[in-house]
Design a protein around this ligand. Structure first.
Ligand code: ZN
Length: 99
């Protein structure tokens, strides 16, 4: 995992989801939608707890809107890099990606 493009912090899921200033507009949307789903705490644990499919969808759309999904969760997968382009079926489910 590399550095965040905007602020040169280490680009972890925690950074982009909770802290990075560059994604604050997206984070606002994520927060509102999670609140509608009954997620009261805005912490990594409660967000990634993925209590429901609806919550997972909200999180994935946040990751796609921000571009994180493609860079961190797909591109950073060493397997998909060796086969190139990510067209091959993922060898691991996203939940095994180190957060
Ligand atoms: Zn950042």
């Amino acid at each position: 995992m590399g550095r965040c493009e905007g602020c040169q912090e280490e680009e972890t899921v925690e950074h982009v989801v909770l802290r990075c200033g560059g994604y604050s507009a997206y984070r606002q949307i994520l927060r509102e939608r999670l609140k509608e789903l009954g997620v009261k705490e805005f912490t990594l644990k409660s967000i990634l707890g993925l209590g429901s499919k609806a919550q997972l969808r909200v999180l994935v759309s946040f990751l796609k809107d921000t571009g994180i999904y493609w860079r961190v969760w797909v591109v950073a997968d060493p397997y998909s890099r060796t086969v190139g382009g990510g067209n091959a079926p993922l060898s691991r489910s996203p939940t095994t990606v180190k957060l």
